[in-house]
Design a protein around this ligand. Structure first.
Ligand code: M6R
Length: 618
């Protein structure tokens, strides 16, 4: 949940390490924003730190007021608090003697370790588990005289999850990192090297990166990167090139990252579709390295994911079951492994995650593989853990998603899951090649249709501004509109901090209709009148039922669907499209609505309270 940056450079201006680390923290602030801090080591063997509670701007102000001396190496941290309140004292780095340490994760055996250190005469300033690690490292360094060896020794004693970075005043050209179940990537420079929780930390300086394996220690000097396992035995990272640049991780003139990322959506969907057909027009998913005969023999698909990614999986269930005639279950990853799920070698488990680091999803991936299932990951972030621990990966190409609330990741996850569904239908012979080509054509038409919805954004924004004091909004949808309703409610909760709930429209009469009273705002996602059976007319009846009881109805309906007009207080139009494609359009007004309403309330849409982008603790 925290953001971590490390830097070491040769012949650099002395101010560069701090600049690099502060810039990296700015790009990683979405990972946590309770407090931030830096530690610098200079050639004169001096270790200095600065740390402040609150957002990064507080630390920047502190550094302006109290400039730090030049340095050769630096580490920086932006925190999402686990142990100890978000105060100056609990902020990272934590110092023990000449060592400074930053940490992402939770050391579960910290109480035992702390008791041992207290018995040995250690004193502690903070309530954090990280200070325990700093004390252990200082003692290990005193014994071993080498920072990397000390890190290996300490890493072997820790239980829980951790990424650790450490610097020592006696070795000003060295930064050492360790990772166990928590993200860390290396950036490869020329006479300088970097580390970060993700590549955004160093993308302004290099696109060459090294993915680390599980339980590894990495030692950076300006000219070398050495990787070992926790016993000190040599290990290898996997080199890769980041396929986006620094500009993609900037706001680019938008008032928030979320506004920009909503607008990025046509491109995100187009990029996710790009290059996935062969010369004969057949779908080619090179990345799906699971044996074809095995894919033909699977009898069930289980999607595991959390939050928005789970709703993307829920949408995909409708399409994959329809196209492939395979049962698809969608399971919240944190529930999955604790309920003894029935999965085996005939189950394909699909893990969906923007970050590729969500701990609940990672643990579910491991559990599924232990049961003999193959796991295919749909992930946006290269160099992350979930793809490395899965049997195959299908990358979404949404580019960096910085705002905590997921938007373009959702659309690209649906797109990638649809590609997987079509690939399975092709492989298993459920669809003829011309049917696959037609469905691919429908998908390829979506970016332009999403753009049409975005072109009408001002109407949604106006309505959202007028509703800034609304205490509660309900969302109704049916078929693929149901997960869209759930996603619309999630967006509003996390951004505007108001009560919001999504329901399957058919469930209304089984209870939720009791919530309807005069003025209750209700979004209704209306299925296409050209779609399945009588779904359209059933949802129109639902709108009538709630309107009759005083609801203020906000209706999302296709162009030309005039049946909604008598019962809608507001209508938001989406272009006509096949039913299964409609979630890619219907969710956009809901994203715009939540973003604008929260902005009108004066809230920070990129960094909502209590949340972090990447949930790397269980
Ligand atoms: O990185 P992931 O896609 O695995 O993240 C899953 C959820 O934590 C994430 O979608 C979360 O629900 C978002 N804040 C929703 O906007």
């Amino acid at each position: 949940m925290c953001g971590i940056v490390g830097y070491v450079g040769r012949q650099q201006p002395n101010g560069k390490p701090l600049e690099v680390v502060m810039e990296g923290l700015r790009r990683l602030e979405y990972r946590g924003y309770d407090s931030a801090g830096v530690a610098l080591v200079g050639r004169d063997g001096v270790l200095v730190t600065a740390k402040k509670a609150g957002k990064l701007v507080n630390l920047a102000d502190e550094l302006d007021a109290r400039p730090l001396p030049g340095a050769t190496a630096a580490i920086g941290h932006t925190r999402w608090a686990t142990h100890g309140a978000p105060t100056d004292v609990n902020a990272h780095p934590h110092v023990a003697g000449k060592i400074a340490v930053i940490h992402n994760g939770i050391v579960e055996n910290f109480a035992v370790l702390k008791a041992e250190l207290l018995a040995d005469g250690a004193t502690f300033l903070s309530e954090t588990d990280t200070e325990v690690v700093a004390q252990l490292l200082a003692r290990a360094y005193a014994r071993l005289g080498d920072l990397s060896e000390a890190m290996c020794a300490v890493a072997q004693r820790l239980e829980g999850t951790f990424t650790l970075l450490a610097v020592h005043a006696d070795v000003p050209d060295v930064v050492v990192g360790a990772r166990h179940d928590s993200p860390l990537v290396v950036g490869l420079g020329d006479g300088e090297n970097f580390m970060g929780s993700d590549v955004a930390a160093f993308i302004a300086h290099t696109r060459r990166a090294l993915e680390l394996g599980q339980d590894q220690v990495v030692t950076l000097t300006p000219d070398s990167v050495t990787v070992t396992d926790f016993t000190g035995a040599p290990a290898q990272g996997r080199a890769f090139t980041v396929d986006w640049d620094a500009a993609a991780a900037e706001k680019g003139g938008y008032r928030s990252f979320m506004d920009k990322e909503i607008d990025d959506q046509p491109q995100a969907v187009a990029d996710t579709l790009l290059g996935r057909t062969g010369l004969d027009g057949a779908l080619v998913l090179d990345e799906v390295r699971i044996d074809e005969s095995l894919l033909r023999s699977i009898d069930k698909i289980v999607v595991i994911a959390c939050g928005t990614a789970a709703y993307a999986g829920h949408v995909a269930k409708y399409a994959i079951e329809h196209w492939c005639r395979i049962p698809v279950e969608v399971e919240l990853a944190h529930e999955f492994r604790y309920r003894d799920p029935v999965v085996n070698e005939k189950t394909l488990v699909v893990a969906i995650s923007q970050s590729g680091e969500t701990m609940d999803t990672l643990m579910a991936v491991r559990h599924a593989r232990e049961q003999g299932s193959k796991v295919l990951a749909i992930v946006n972030t290269h160099g992350s853990t979930i793809p490395r621990e899965s049997d195959a990966v299908l990358y979404t190409h949404a580019g960096p998603e910085i705002a905590v609330a997921s938007t373009k990741a959702f659309l690209s996850q649906i797109t990638a899951a649809y590609l997987l569904g079509l690939y399975l239908a092709q492989l298993r012979g459920n669809k003829f090649p011309d049917e696959i080509a037609e469905l691919l054509g429908q998908l390829r038409a979506m970016p332009a249709k999403i753009q049409t919805v975005l072109d009408g954004a001002e109407h949604v924004r106006e309505v959202a501004r007028s509703m800034r004091d609304t205490p509660s909004v309900l969302f109704l949808g049916r078929h693929v509109g149901f997960p869209v309703a759930l996603e619309g409610a999630l967006k509003l909760k996390e951004l505007a901090y108001i009560h919001a709930e999504g329901f399957a429209a058919g469930e209304l009469k089984h209870g939720p209709i009791a919530l309807i009273e005069e003025g209750q705002a209700v979004f209704v996602i209306v299925p296409s009148p050209r779609g399945r059976d009588s779904l359209h007319s059933k949802v129109i009846s639902n709108i009538q039922e709630i309107r009759a009881r005083g609801a203020h109805t906000l209706v999302i309906a296709e162009e030309g669907d005039d049946a909604v007009l008598p019962f809608a207080d507001e209508v938001f139009r989406i272009p006509q499209c096949p039913t299964l494609m409609s979630p890619l359009l219907a969710v956009v007004p809901l994203q715009l609505f939540a973003c604008e309403l929260a902005t009108a309330k004066g809230l920070d849409v990129d960094q909502p309270r209590n949340l972090a982008k990447s949930v790397t603790v269980e």
